[in-house]
Design a protein around this ligand. Structure first.
Ligand SMILES: *Cc1c(COP(=O)(O)O)cnc(C)c1O
Length: 223
């Protein structure tokens, strides 16, 4: 069966999120460019992808005013292919990666905005920094030397569980870290707290999310 893009759901969700000042990133991984265009024509401009080759291929085929968010695990040696156009890299989880993004941004004469990904879930399979690594990275002098990369907030994924209270606690933890570090006077104020997906965005919104990443609710299940 062909799975159609859920336009009604998109319009409803967009209105709900706009009223709360939350940015919607439509996660289009594994979905064809035709599906992306359907939402584009409804006005959607922020799209998220997890795989470098897929992102590069879609970017080449689609309108140039799309803001591409990279949300998957990123290997340092792949940064150079997305550096010319990527809008926001949400999944930075090491200083090595940060240094490479800075280098490639400089080559492209631009500043690349990034989020640091924090590991808040129980699942070992999920990527991200733990609290200690996060504070070490943020407080390292090295960060100030990187002139072509700008850390503007945090991203995290909650555990995949039906236990709403558990998910809520994980989002609270991320929000707490966000507040702690954004108040640190050594840094510019952070703008973005990216948390919430199809299954848990309502909880994330209640806990202070500024950006949600929604895939299956808009594009249907992935296979
Ligand atoms: C796939 C993915 C999403 C979207 O997931 P859905 O459950 O389909 O909304 C959001 N964030 C990240 C990091 C993802 O990998």
């Amino acid at each position: 069966m062909m799975m159609a893009v859920r336009k009604e759901e998109y319009l409803r969700l967009k209105q709900e999120l706009d009223s709360k000042n939350i940015t919607l990133v439509a996660v289009s991984k594994t979905k064809p460019v035709e599906d992306i265009l359907e939402l584009y024509h409804l006005g959607q401009r922020d799209f998220g992808e997890n795989y470098v080759q897929e992102l590069v291929s879609k970017q080449a085929q689609l309108p140039k005013d799309i803001r591409w968010h990279f949300i998957g695990h990123l290997q340092s040696n792949k940064v150079k292919v997305i550096a010319p156009f990527v809008h926001l890299i949400q999944s930075v989880d090491s200083s090595k990666l940060l240094i490479e993004i800075n280098k490639q941004a400089e080559k492209n004469h631009r500043i690349i905005n990034v989020l640091l990904q924090v590991h808040i879930a129980q699942e070992e399979t999920k990527f991200g920094l733990d609290e200690q690594e996060l504070s070490t990275l943020i407080n390292s002098d090295k960060l100030n030397e990187l002139k072509n990369v700008r850390v503007i907030g945090l991203m995290g994924m909650a555990s995949f569980t039906q236990d709403e209270q558990h998910v809520r606690e994980e989002f609270k933890t991320l929000k707490k870290l966000f507040n702690q570090h954004t108040q640190n006077t050594n840094h510019e104020r952070w703008e973005i707290l990216s948390m919430g997906m199809s299954g848990d965005y309502k909880i994330a919104a209640e806990e202070g999310s500024k950006m949600v990443r929604i895939g299956s609710l808009l594009f249907g299940e992935r296979h």
